[in-house]
Ligand binder design. Sequence first.
Ligand code: PGA
Length: 251
Amino acid sequence: MRQKLVVGNWKMHGNAADNRQLLQSLVAGYPSVGDVSVAVCVPFPYLAQVQSLLAATPVAWGAQNLSEHAQGAYTGEVSAAMLGDFGCRYVIVGHSERRALYGETDRLVAAKFVAAKAAGLVPILCVGETLAQRESGDTARVVAGQLDAVLDLAGVAAFAGAVVAYEPVWAIGTGRTASPVQAQEVHAAIRVRIADRDAWVAAGMQLLYGGSVKAQNAGEIFAQADIDGGLVGGASLVADEFLAICQAANR
Ligand code: PGA
């Protein structure tokens, strides 16, 4: 049995005062969640705050992006080792917003995945198709291509202990969720794609679904055979809602 995992992706939201409240509520409510791993991925400036508030708790944390370089003259960038200095366990890699708004290519995403692994972080690799790609029947090809770019550069062994999140772009922040059947179909295809290279790695990998996950739809999504939890954006900013999503992963 794979451990369930729910990760909050705060995106560019929050401030020091609200974060404190949210984190305190999460920690207070965590015992109700049961046997589910929980983490939050926060903006860089709040990593120190999150570290100090979560260090003595079972809730893990991480960042939403990193540089593909280890160090050097890269103004404005943040390395994997720097994230390690702030106790990060996770880092999101290749979120569709980074791909679409900041021009991150499959190649760059793969390099970031490698940088995260090299520093001992757990990359959460995001893949997913746009609405146009889904409507033209391209979902499987697009997702396979995004995966292969990372598999080819990093090697399948690097996926042991990594996380893949399937996030259909048309479901992110739109209130439109993939149906449990649609999501399961892609998750199963992702697992098979990895199993083609290494069945053991594929069987142990946590695959998350993301895209308008709410307390009300989380249960049936997380009940699918190849869905091991969620990557949650908007709903992770509201403690009760996020905790209810985490609880739904425990069934
Ligand atoms: P959403 O975002 O839950 O607000 O749709 C998910 C994500 O982009 O990670």
